[in-house]
Design a protein around this ligand. Structure first.
Ligand code: ASP
Length: 332
């Protein structure tokens, strides 16, 4: 069949690309992008030309901000050159929700970027990698995904980068979009969109600094604030994963106020589903109190996403005003 659509595939490694390693008696990344595509039955029958790029062969947990900057630049160049209708990235599922969101923040093209991986490695019964890659290629080639930004496809479901969570450690149905649901599904080789594409704020400017460090501090019952001090002087910004709608123990309040006088501190919720509030509770350590002391509310962004947005903003030199305005622009 003559190719009518073109999809560029970039492989980074992960379980989808793992085989048995006799040295460790465990599995480790080994397969190339070409190997992965060769394991997908029927792919050649869809009239999609595939351009294949091996970028890394690493576990998801090894990926770095530099890896993403390099990958983002390669994708930008391929899309700017023309002739590519969509992008597929294969990688370890451990970091998919973060890489997808980080890439989405900077993606300024109409063509969709589809991130996929596998929960079951190729040595297991019923590995899901080939089916996920098949569904990802069909999604990337579908013109209705134009403008969708970065999406994640596993288990025949399409999830927006802004909502997707890895919500189970082993299930092939691990990827969900709590509070939003998937954008669509793939069945009988056809993409079926069931929701409107997400609203996407303007793309972030490219990073100018590589040495940005954003801390993540999760509060817990009875926290005495001692460990918050460990972050002081060691980060350019901090995200607090607070209780509920944005609350912290009383003993953290003064430390957080001092912290936010020096670097931006973003208030998010450790629940990871739903917004932090801004004006409901009125006691020390409540969301209203902390925002009054200078913390920036993260809106609906959970702590992992808030950390990535703050990192992206600090990496191109944003000041507090721009940081607060950008978080507000991401809120529903
Ligand atoms: N540990 C693996 C990784 O992220 C898990 C996976 O790919 O599913 O590389």
């Amino acid at each position: 069949m003559n190719a009518t659509r073109t999809v560029a595939v970039y492989s980074l490694g992960g379980t989808i690309a793992m085989t048995a390693d006799p040295a460790t008696a465990g599995v480790a990344p080994a397969l190339s992008a070409r190997d992965l595509l060769a394991a997908v039955p029927g792919l050649e029958g869809h009239g999609i030309e595939l351009r294949v790029h091996d970028v890394r062969r690493v576990p998801g947990a090894w990926l770095t901000f530099d890896d993403l900057t390099e990958l983002g630049a390669a994708i930008d160049a391929a899309l700017a050159a023309g002739g590519v209708d969509g992008i597929v990235i294969t990688q370890g599922t451990d970091t998919i929700e973060e890489t997808a969101f980080a890439l989405d923040l900077r993606h300024g093209h109409e063509q969709p970027v589809v991130v996929t991986g596998a929960m079951r490695n190729p040595t297991m019964p019923g590995p899901d990698g080939p089916a996920n890659l098949h569904a990802a290629v069909l999604t990337a080639a579908d013109p209705r995904l134009r403008g969708a930004g970065v999406v994640v496809v596993l288990n025949d479901e399409i999830h927006a980068a802004r909502h997707v969570r890895k919500s189970h450690t082993t299930s092939p149905a691990a990827f969900t979009s709590p509070g939003a649901g998937p954008l669509g599904r793939i069945a009988e080789n056809r993409v079926r969109l069931t929701s409107a594409l997400p609203r996407r704020p303007a793309a972030l400017a490219p990073p100018r600094r590589r040495d940005v460090r954003v801390g993540l501090y999760t509060v817990g019952l009875g926290d005495d604030g001692e460990l918050l001090a460990a972050w002081e002087g060691r980060c350019d910004g901090l995200v607090v994963a607070a209780f509920g709608v944005g609350h912290v123990p009383l003993r953290l309040v003064e430390g957080l106020e001092r912290f936010s006088a020096r670097v931006p501190v973003v208030l998010s919720s450790r629940i990871g589903n739903g917004p932090v509030l801004t004006g409901t509770y009125g006691y020390p350590g409540s969301e209203k109190d902390l925002i009054g002391r200078g913390l920036v509310p993260a809106g609906d962004l959970g702590p992992y996403r808030a950390r990535l947005l703050l990192h992206g903003l600090l990496a191109h030199g944003a000041d507090r005003e721009l940081i607060a305005a950008t978080f507000a622009g991401h809120a529903y």
